[in-house]
Design a protein around this ligand. Structure first.
Ligand SMILES: [Zn+2]
Ligand SMILES: [Zn+2]
Length: 232
């Protein structure tokens, strides 16, 4: 199969012909239909975050169609549309049970520690394959698993409640996800702030309520709003 691989930091990725991955009895083989480019991939290529050993197939934002399933797989069938959760963990240690699988001693990342989705196929454990509804395009399903999940986590940590107002700083990939998710959380108003006009215009197309182009002004009003809330 064709795979786009990191061979050496600071060098262009290279297309290689490598074997289709074999799957274990608890794995599924996914034919990749979309794979997002994350800023982490930029760090990997720049050598800021070392990837060893090389070459490595990057890509951890993945969606596709299941082509093959292992003999012990029960929840996923051949032909299912799936997106891929990129953290591989044991699922049994105390950290995994607490929902902190990123701390799992056996944890690893698809597209960094093991080969990822810049390829025709990727093999993942059954528990990492998440059903993707028909109405969600593969391209959206892929980024849901990283950039949108990060924005979701941030909003969850903010304890945003229905009817509240939220300010999103940065209308890039994560910011656009955060804006849409903030409305889904029930936010009354979403203030989106960016110093990049292109991003601001993108924001307008997303039917944003309010955007300040001047970040200093935005901070001023945000502080004023906080102070007023404090006084009330
Ligand atoms: Zn990512
Ligand atoms: Zn674990």
């Amino acid at each position: 199969m064709k795979a786009i691989r990191l061979v050496e930091p600071l060098s262009p990725l290279q297309m290689h012909e490598i074997p289709v991955p074999t799957i274990g009895e608890g794995d599924v083989l996914v034919r990749v239909r979309a794979a997002g480019i994350c800023h982490s991939d930029v760090h990997f290529r720049a050598g800021k975050v070392p990837v060893q050993p090389l070459p490595r197939t990057l890509g951890h934002e993945i969606a596709g169609v299941v082509e093959q399933v292992g003999s012990h797989v029960t929840t996923i069938k051949v032909g299912n549309r799936v997106c891929v959760h990129y953290v591989l963990s044991c699922g049994e240690c105390c950290y995994c049970h607490m929902g902190n699988e990123q701390l799992c001693p056996q944890g690893s990342i698809i597209g960094s520690h093991v080969d990822g989705g810049y390829a025709e196929y990727v093999a993942v454990p059954e528990r990492n394959a998440v059903h993707l509804p028909e109405e969600i395009p593969f391209e959206h399903g892929a980024i849901l698993m990283c950039s949108s999940a990060t924005a979701f986590h941030a909003l969850h940590k903010s304890r945003l409640k229905s009817g509240e107002t939220v300010a999103i700083f940065g209308v890039g990939g994560l910011g656009v996800s955060a804006i849409q998710l903030a409305y889904a959380f029930g936010a009354l108003d979403v203030y989106a702030v960016d110093i990049n006009v292109v991003n601001v215009n993108t924001g307008w197309r997303q039917n944003l309520i309010i955007i300040w182009r001047n970040i200093s002004l935005a901070f001023f009003f945000l502080k004023l709003w906080r102070d007023l809330c404090w006084l009330v």
